[in-house]
Design a protein. Structure first.
Length: 260
């Protein structure tokens, strides 16, 4: 490919940068907006290149695959327009050599793949989820916590992992979630189409997402009562259920009943 090693790791082409992202699953899937930007930059580089490299074709194929699996219509349309523009460059060449004919054929093949992916996108009419049903709650839980597992979903929805697998397959077929493997567990992520559906239906949870995960909640603490307050109970008397008695101060000596 186009990667060169010179001291620190250094990537020379956008194609290598996109491929390297896939080598590190921990980095997480790209969002729809990131993927569309990657596609646009890659297609611009391919248009301006004297020769389209194997790495660029591979990177574009990966973007098309990811966009298809996540039902990312915006990225697929971006790629289709860019490929059609690339193909026009070959129409003005009177006599193509063998390498040029091969590149033109690969571009036409990718255009066919993108067009079929767009035709196979699931329709929004398939998504009519009851807000209190398992499918809708599944989707909301994934939006709150990207990468949530089957076991965690089952605990949150109050059901078993068999039901989670069944509901997950249905949502996966609708293109609103995608599934990846983290060791031996499934990890679920929200696709751009899934986020769009939650926004349109008003089900998108109001949580502060940090890299796909909500910030941990801070438990409330009981208000402290000033020492000189008349509402403060005497030393050794409990504040009520859930409250401990005030700790004994240093120097206090416990006495037995009837002894001074």
């Amino acid at each position: 490919m186009g990667a060169l090693w010179n001291g620190p790791a250094r990537l020379e082409t956008l194609g290598d940068a996109v491929n390297t992202r896939a080598d590190f699953p921990g980095a997480g899937p790209a969002t729809g907006r990131d993927r569309r930007s990657q596609a646009r930059e890659l297609l611009d580089a391919m248009e301006n290149a004297k020769v389209i490299t194997e790495g660029q074709f591979s990177a574009l194929g990966m973007i098309i695959t990811d966009a298809s699996l996540s039902a990312d219509e915006a990225t697929l349309v971006e790629v289709q327009d860019g490929l059609q523009w690339l193909h026009r460059n070959y129409l003005d060449v009177p006599h193509l050599d063998g390498d040029q004919r091969e590149r033109r054929g690969r571009i036409l093949g990718l255009i066919d793949c993108v067009q079929w992916a767009l035709r196979r996108l699931p329709s929004n009419l398939q998504l009519k989820l009851h807000p209190d049903g398992h499918a809708a709650r599944f989707l909301v839980a994934v939006a709150r916590r990207q990468g949530i597992s089957n076991k965690q979903l089952a605990a949150e929805l109050g059901t078993d992992e068999t039901e989670i697998s069944r509901v997950g397959r249905r949502l996966l077929a609708a293109g609103v979630v995608w599934k990846r493997k983290e060791w031996r567990q499934n990890a679920w992520d929200l696709t751009p189409r899934g986020r769009q559906y939650l926004e349109e239906t008003g089900l998108l949870p109001d949580v502060a997402l940090v890299e796909g995960r909500p910030e941990p909640a801070v438990p409330d603490r009981p208000a402290r009562i000033p020492v000189d307050s008349p509402d403060r109970p005497p030393v050794g008397v409990s504040h009520g259920p859930g409250h401990d008695a005030e700790p004994r101060r240093q120097g206090d000596v416990p006495t037995r009943r009837g002894h001074r």
